[in-house]
Ligand binder design. Structure first.
Ligand SMILES: [Zn+2]
Length: 283
């Protein structure tokens, strides 16, 4: 078996890099069956500039390398870079893959995995995040480009950007080791997925209607009921402008950590399981 673990395709999302450093230090090659490939930084320009994007550009319109796969060698600069990553590094080293991320600057996730098929859901369960989201995904991501090409892959989100969070890093190291046991790459008993694991297949963004200072009323991970207050937005003098309520029953999987919100900004996201059979692998 060949397992590919990648991190840092978004250059301000750092926890995954530390996870790969730890696996490099702790996996004993003498006990390893197959090939473990660790790539602790798919996006060097983004890492050097501490930006999610591929070029030294802070704007959200700069190219997102995780929408460019499989790329095209000899194409535009980013297509060529993505094409080389795909054909010379990613595809040729993977029977299974996990691409490590965090939420973006100013926001935080739970430990949260994206999967799109029964096999990738199983992989995500073995890694034991807080929440799994069944999701058809986006074109050009490492995860979806591999899965569509017959290599089961998941995206694993590890909390906040721009830091090394020891708890997240240790949980991911442990979960990925468990996945390697299931793949028969490492000896040892496979730990079954935790009983309390939330699996969702739908998501909604909860947005501020007005600009101001947002304050969350509930911590990330909270279960919420429809119409339950989850945040307040206040004006420059601290007067309440609005109370933001949950639009559906579910669980908060993402929050803003920056209280400055513009009209329409996302304050939180809520995930839940839709019983619609068409949503089994994501709505
Ligand atoms: Zn990312």
């Amino acid at each position: 078996p060949r397992l590919l673990l990648t991190a840092g395709i978004h250059g301000d999302e750092l926890n995954g890099i530390a996870v790969l450093h730890r696996l490099a230090a702790t996996v004993d090659p003498a006990k390893l069956a197959g090939t473990l490939t660790l790539v602790p930084g798919l996006n060097p320009p983004g890492l050097l500039q501490s930006t999610r994007q591929w070029t030294p550009d802070w704007s959200r319109s700069a190219p997102n390398l995780n929408r460019e796969l499989p790329g095209k060698e000899g194409g535009s600069a980013i297509a060529d870079f993505a094409g080389r990553l795909w054909s010379r590094l990613i595809r040729s080293n993977a029977d299974s893959a996990v691409d490590l991320h965090t939420q973006s600057r100013g926001t935080a996730y739970m430990m949260y995995a994206f999967a799109s098929t029964p096999r990738t859901r199983r992989m995500a369960e073995l890694v034991a995040p807080d929440i799994i989201k069944m999701d058809k995904g986006d074109k050009g991501t490492v995860e979806n480009t591999l899965t569509d090409d017959g290599v089961p892959a998941i995206t694993l989100e590890l909390g906040r950007p721009e830091m090394f969070d020891d708890t997240m890093i240790a949980r991911a190291e442990s979960g990925l080791t468990n996945l390697m046991r299931e793949l028969k790459m490492l000896p040892g008993k496979v730990t079954p997925p935790p009983a309390g694991l939330t699996v969702a297949n739908d998501i909604v963004a909860v947005r501020a209607r007005l600009p101001g200072w947002a304050r969350l009323l509930l911590p990330i991970g909270s279960a919420v009921k429809k119409d339950q207050p989850i945040a307040e937005v206040r004006d420059a003098f601290g007067r309440s402008l609005e109370t933001v309520v949950a639009p559906a029953d579910g669980r908060i999987n993402m929050i803003t950590t920056d209280p400055r919100v513009a009209a329409g900004d996302t304050i939180a996201r809520i995930v839940w399981w839709s019983p619609d059979p068409a949503c089994q692998n994501g709505c």
